[in-house]
Design a protein around this ligand. Sequence first.
Ligand code: UDP
Length: 347
Amino acid sequence: EAKARNSGAPKTRNENMYRREQPLTLVAGGAGFIGSHLCAELLGRGKHVLCLDNLQTARPSNLRLLEDHPNFEFIEADIVNPLPSAVTSRTARIERVYNLACAASPPQYQADPEHTMLTCVVGTDNLLRLSEAAGARFLLTSTSEVYGDPEMHPQREDYRGFVNCTGPRACYDEGKRAAEAIAFDFARMRRAEVRVARIFNTYGPHMHPDDGRVVSNLICQALSGLPVTIYGDGSQTRSFCYVSDMVDGLIRLMESDISGLEPINLGNPEERTVRELLDAILTILDRPVAIEHRPLPTDDPRRRRPDIGRAQALLGWQPRTPLVEGLNLTCAWFAEEIGVQETITIL
Ligand code: UDP
């Protein structure tokens, strides 16, 4: 089945890139939510970007914003399969490899859990081998999910986590833990220079409206006049980072000369309950909504908040966008995206 996902010749565009011998930055998962913002930022910094995506959870319109750029090339491919020749034929030119390829929302990564696990493990291994052959630096986007339902709060990188390896989140949690293990083995064996970011909840434009995550669900439901879905009593917490801050952190980490053997938390240390998030959204959208309570999903972490001391000290990084400002931008974008007439004042 994995093969069928990647059937046919890879589709490439902007083939004039072949002729210029510029160094390439490969972004796997570059058509997704964070990946598309990362590609745009790299292009803005003059990089030549090779974007690989299987379009499993990506929004095609994310790509339309990028594909006319002369330094951007899109290749439809699934990293669980051997990398296409459009990539391997240019191995020597690849200087950076970002791996953002994986469904990251619980309903989406649980829809095909075997594929999620293989994307994390086999996909990461394929990109690490490419990085080794290219002499490229490799960045893995890992996740706060490696901490599971944490007993240490806030979560520091040296906390080893409390993860259920038999639960419905295991395909992602354990997949990313294995991806980290293999990435650090490549680093230890000096097969590739490695960076590992543990990304905490991130939100912003280009999220998929049907992504199933709390920010997109609550905003889209409120905009559409539907009841908003709160799982459990809404007292569980998350810490929400605006996407442009996240992209800045990822690039800083990639370009930093820190040792390849420590993961770095990237996220916003401001912790909110799901109810507080809803209140902030409703203040912006200014409308009454009905609340539909649903059971808390299995293994849903009670609390989550990053300790970003390491990112602050080593990268000089911390999020800059206040929640209300980021939510304003996100609400305005979703209103346009799902076609709701809405006047939202951008702060
Ligand atoms: N959640 C919710 N309503 C929704 C979607 C999610 O109350 O419509 C809750 C979910 O149970 C979790 C939190 O919001 O406690 C964040 O969920 P999300 O899926 O966004 O991210 P993750 O659980 O991976 O952090």
